[in-house]
Design a protein around this ligand. Structure first.
Ligand code: HEC
Length: 215
């Protein structure tokens, strides 16, 4: 037995109820407490906040709070690889990024990979600006996201991102069709039925394809 394991085991054994419930300890979380954590927004966009932000508002926020690390145009910098770039109009049309084939990791921008708009919104809201994650308002998150989509050639310069236009932006994401959901890890209806799941059946026989694969 390791040097401290016997001590640790003894201490655990002394703490009452380590392997059982804690009668009389704690209480159920209240609805209000749960609501603070219940912030997930699925790719169906149903739970998006009622926020709004334009490309031009986003341009100003980006210049003030993002460009120092991500560069004026969102291309690769010494800090991080590119947020945008490597996407063509044909990619936007078909929802798969041709440049991903054979690309080196450093040449892959965030926008080239991104399958869902909520991923970008959520990451920006929680984690950016680096070191001050959570400091942007919902409107600012929407605006700077609209600007990034514009920088990446996904939306026009007069685009305003809000609940009603989010679906449009989602339908133009360059790699929206680049991910399989046929792996049982997504809940909900199968893709053929308009959902993102496959009925919840995990696929354990992972026959891996490395060349000439099905799209
Ligand atoms: C102080 C430097 C800094 C600032 C300012 C900053 N970022 Fe970042 N950003 C980073 C770093 C570093 C990462 C990578 C973090 C990691 O992988 O853990 C990152 C990652 C990201 C990503 C994820 C990219 C990916 O593919 O994973 C996005 C999106 C992003 N930043 C957007 C923004 C936006 C929008 C702003 C302004 C509101 C911003 N950043 C401000 C340094 C910064």
């Amino acid at each position: 037995m390791c040097r401290w394991c016997s001590v640790a085991a003894l201490l655990l054994a002394l703490v009452p109820g380590v392997w059982a419930d804690y009668p009389g300890v704690g209480r159920p979380a209240t609805e209000a407490e749960l609501a603070l954590w219940d912030s997930d927004i699925g790719p169906d966009l149903q739970r998006l906040p009622a926020a709004r932000g334009s490309v031009s508002e986003g341009r100003a926020i980006y210049a003030a709070q993002c460009a120092a690390c991500h560069g004026d145009d969102g291309r690769a910098t010494d800090i991080f690889y590119a947020l945008v770039g490597g996407v063509t109009a044909a990619d936007v049309a078909r929802g798969r990024v041709a440049g991903l084939q054979g690309a080196q990791p450093n040449d892959v921008s965030t926008l080239m990979m991104l399958p869902t708009l909520t991923t970008l919104l959520d990451y920006t809201a929680r984690a950016m600006p680096f070191g001050a994650g959570g400091s942007l308002s919902n409107d600012e998150v929407f605006a700077v996201t609209a600007y990034l989509l514009h920088l990446g050639g996904v939306v026009d310069g007069d685009f305003v991102l809000d609940r009603s236009s989010a679906e449009l932006a989602q339908q133009r994401l360059p790699n929206r069709n680049g991910f399989s959901t046929d792996h049982g890890l997504w809940p909900g209806a199968a893709a053929a039925d308009g959902g993102m799941g496959n009925g919840g059946i995990p696929e354990p026989d992972s026959a891996r394809c490395m060349a000439d694969c099905d799209p």
